[in-house]
Design a protein around this ligand. Structure first.
Ligand code: DX5
Ligand code: ZN
Length: 221
């Protein structure tokens, strides 16, 4: 599976967001990870459809929208219109997860399901076949710049093993507290999409993207 870098724009300077998106896209990142927070599912509020729409023209890279929102199905259509390619909803935030996944697909987007660190991967057993991507949070969602929670590594491993046992090739994305010091461990455990905010946007952005891509080389299949 392809190893992909998904920089989280949450760590960018929102005053020059368009430039920040172009910067990581030009440096070779394939996904743009966009964190949407509603102040209910998570304590903070970040950005929504108008902002996504206004940066859509910056790049044709995949807009990977992480919905930290209660009942995100309410916004699926608006997110599609704003430019989302991949809509990722939290299992913990959807009362009717099957319906929400179907809704995302029927709108022509890829569907991801995210799990908080304390939610076991077995919660997704029934939908593994249906989803395109599983996002395993490695921090409690809501803020950038937190520290990676070590036990989540075991979940990445468990999930990749389970997918292999079932003969399913699905993307596993990991999000939160990832840096150049721990990324190799996460890829070794079985992840293939890496979200990173602070480790890309703090310092020399292009150089940081390149450094991650370098770490990816040995995992590229
Ligand atoms: C956390 C967000 C993450 C976050 C990652 O709620 O979902 O995407 O921005 O940022 P870092 O890499 O700084 O932990
Ligand atoms: Zn995220």
């Amino acid at each position: 599976m392809k190893t992909i870098l998904a920089p989280s724009i949450l760590a960018a300077d929102f005053g020059k967001l368009a430039d920040s998106v172009r910067e990581v896209a030009d440096a070779g990142a394939e996904y743009i990870h966009i964190d949407v927070m509603d102040g209910m599912f998570v304590p903070s509020i970040s950005l929504g459809m108008p902002v996504i729409q206004s940066i859509r023209s910056c790049t044709d890279k995949v807009f990977d929208v992480h919905m930290m929102v209660e009942e995100p199905g309410r916004y699926a259509e608006a997110m599609k219109k704003a430019g989302a390619d991949l809509l990722c909803v939290h299992q913990e935030a959807c009362r009717h997860l099957n319906r929400t996944i179907r809704q995302i697909h029927s709108l022509g987007m890829r569907a991801g399901v995210a799990l908080n660190p304390a939610t076991p991967v077995s919660m997704l057993e029934s939908v593994l076949e249906q989803v395109d991507m599983i996002l395993l949070m490695s921090v409690d969602p809501g803020f950038g710049g937190q520290e990676f929670i070590p036990y989540t590594l075991k979940k990445v491993h468990q999930l990749r093993e389970r997918l292999e046992y079932l003969g399913l090739e699905k993307d596993i994305e990991v999000d939160g507290g990832i840096n150049l010091g721990n990324v190799k461990q996460i890829l070794t455990a079985g992840a293939n999409i890496i979200v990173t905010g602070s480790a890309v946007y703090h310092g020399d952005v292009a150089a940081n993207v390149c450094a991650f891509m370098k770490e990816f080389e040995e995992f590229q299949k």
